[in-house]
Design a protein around this ligand. Structure first.
Ligand SMILES: NC(=O)c1ccc[n+]([C@@H]2O[C@H](COP(=O)([O-])OP(=O)(O)OC[C@H]3O[C@@H](n4cnc5c(N)ncnc54)[C@H](OP(=O)(O)O)[C@@H]3O)[C@@H](O)[C@H]2O)c1
Length: 259
């Protein structure tokens, strides 16, 4: 039996993930687009909006047991995964002690463990000329106070993706870390918990469609990193050459947060 060529998008039910679904659903190289998230109704809305090619799979990607079930499902279906987009993730805008240990670890489980488990689970189903896009962030370039765990998880995603890309070259699989600045999505409603000290100035917010288009273009050009916009590019260069302490001070100044 011929294998189905599929794309998988995690966190597909809103924001950046949904933009990826919008851009790839009509691409004839995919027989199906598997969309993963926790909220069934929003995934079903994607089927109504984009058609039968969309296959919803309800999953909490912070839970490795659920990812193991998904990997078993892959073994049953045996698809050819042409594109995996590890996009699901969240932040909390607050100080280290404004959220519980459980919530802090849940962020790590989704933003890091979810990305690693999904990548490792999907690679055996990928052939040459396939792509993994891992969504990191501008926050991956340096430590970010009041987004401390989030920025650390995104540094992991960036470094993991770039190193994995080198290891997967011999298999013809390209891994791209996407590092967006602020984008107009639901990210803020989940992240804002009304903390006393928190980022509140979200400058130069971009439309996620523009960032997703650039990410796909960079991935298909086999780039290991995708950065969209002059400001984010500057931030990446500054982070390489300026002392981290100075960059953190600038961040706190911009956010109006006193040390
Ligand atoms: N927006 C920004 O400014 C910005 C900037 C840089 C990077 N990013 C990154 O972009 C990615 C997408 O975020 P977004 O901005 O599009 O935010 P969003 O609108 O809140 O979307 C998050 C998506 O992830 C899903 N999700 C959340 N928790 C999940 C879990 N435990 N298991 C499975 N799915 C889960 C959500 O669906 P359910 O709630 O239904 O599960 C939703 O589809 C994230 O990795 C984020 O860190 C965002």
């Amino acid at each position: 039996m011929t294998k189905k060529n599929i794309a998988i998008v995690t966190g597909a039910s809103s924001g950046f993930g949904k933009e990826f679904v919008k851009l790839i659903h009509y691409d004839s190289k995919f027989d199906e687009v598997w969309v993963l998230a926790r909220t069934e109704s929003k995934l079903l809305d994607l089927v109504s909006e984009f058609g039968e090619k969309i296959k919803p799979y309800i999953i909490d990607l912070s839970d490795y047991n659920q990812i193991k079930l998904f990997i078993n499902y892959l073994k049953e279906q045996n698809p050819n995964i042409k594109l995996l987009i590890n996009n699901a993730g969240f932040a909390k805008f607050c100080s280290y002690d404004d959220i519980s240990i459980d919530e802090s670890l849940n962020m790590i489980n989704l933003n890091i463990n979810g990305v690693v488990a999904m990548s490792l689970g999907c690679i055996p189903f990928m052939e040459r000329d396939s792509h993994i896009i891992n969504v990191a962030s501008q926050a991956s370039f340096q430590p970010v106070p009041y987004l401390n765990i989030y920025s650390a998880t995104k540094s992991f995603v960036k470094n993991y993706s770039q190193a994995l890309n080198v290891e997967l070259k011999e298999k013809g699989i390209c891994v791209t870390a996407v590092c967006p600045g602020w984008m107009k999505t639901n990210f803020y409603s989940r992240g804002d918990i009304g903390a006393k000290k928190a980022p509140t100035h979200f400058t130069l917010m971009k439309n996620p469609e523009i960032v997703a288009k650039k990410a796909l273009k960079d991935a298909y050009n086999n780039k290991d990193i995708s950065v969209c916009g002059t400001f984010v590019n500057f931030c990446r260069i500054f982070a390489k050459f300026l002392p981290e302490k100075l960059i953190m001070k600038c961040w706190l100044f911009i956010q109006g947060i006193k040390e």
